[in-house]
Write a protein that binds this ligand. Structure first.
Ligand code: 13P
Length: 252
């Protein structure tokens, strides 16, 4: 059985001090949780959050990475640097990166390779815009994004990946995909992974993201192919994030 993974993507929120306080409070609320818990703070707070999370069941992830290990790339942060400060996961290809920062399917693939090479686990984001959904292109979009992200990977490594299906129209809008809709797209993504990497598709974990909150978590997570949640807004308060983790524990 795939272990559910609940990750909080804080985006550009929280100072180091706020992040550490949050981590300590969350740790006390989620001790013994049966699901995997991940916090993805901004780069500046990664080290401090990793320290605060030591000895707890909270893992730490970054929100982006650059694919070269080092060099003249002003402003960028590399995979070995993230590994050194205690990251286990790295979000790659979030729709906000694709929309505002020129992330492409090709750069996503380079980043996935860099992260795997340094022994961390990519959380690869895919998802369609509202326009694409209304044009009936959802499957085509997630197929293209998934195939590009996994291009050239050793099939043996694919089973350990995390993919997050985040329909762009559901992010930060309060509008969630119905559990059935999310299940259908996620099952389709798993079929695409199966075409690429065979039975590794059975172990790859595929999250849903987009306006997940304690009230809708259990319904989404009880779908057979939904293996977790990537949470934005509701991960910013310890109570709501812990609420989602508690709800997911009922499903696991
Ligand atoms: P919201 O949960 O705020 O909709 O954000 C989802 C998201 O983008 C997580 O990566």
């Amino acid at each position: 059985m795939r272990k559910l993974i609940i990750a909080g993507n804080w985006k550009m929120h929280k100072t180091v001090q706020e992040a550490v306080e949050f981590t300590k409070e969350l740790a006390s609320k989620v001790t013994g949780a049966s699901v995997e818990v991940v916090l993805c703070p901004p780069f500046t707070a990664l080290h401090a959050v990793a320290e605060a999370a030591e000895g707890t069941n909270i893992a730490v992830g970054a929100q982006d990475v650059y694919w070269e290990d080092k060099g003249a790339f002003t402003g960028e942060v590399s995979a070995p640097m993230l590994k050194e400060v205690g990251c286990r996961y790295v979000i790659i290809g979030h729709s906000e990166r694709r929309q505002y920062f020129n992330e492409t399917d090709e750069t996503v693939n380079k980043k996935v390779n860099a992260v795997l090479q340094h022994g961390m686990i990519p959380i690869i984001c895919v998802g369609e815009t509202l326009e694409q959904r209304e044009a009936g292109k959802t499957e085509q979009v997630v197929r293209t994004q998934t195939e590009a992200a996994l291009k050239g990977l050793d099939p043996g490594l694919v089973g350990g990946l995390v993919i997050a299906y985040e329909p762009v129209w559901a992010i930060g809008t309060g509008r969630t995909a119905s559990a059935e809709d999310a299940q259908n797209v996620i099952r389709y993504i798993r079929c695409v992974v199966r075409e690429i990497a065979g039975d590794s598709a059975d172990t790859v974990r595929i999250q849903y993201g987009g306006s997940v909150k304690p009230e809708n978590a259990a319904e989404l997570l009880s779908q057979p192919d939904i293996d977790g949640a990537l949470v934005g807004g509701a991960s910013l308060q310890p109570d709501s994030f812990a609420g989602i983790i508690k709800e997911s524990g009922k499903v696991q």
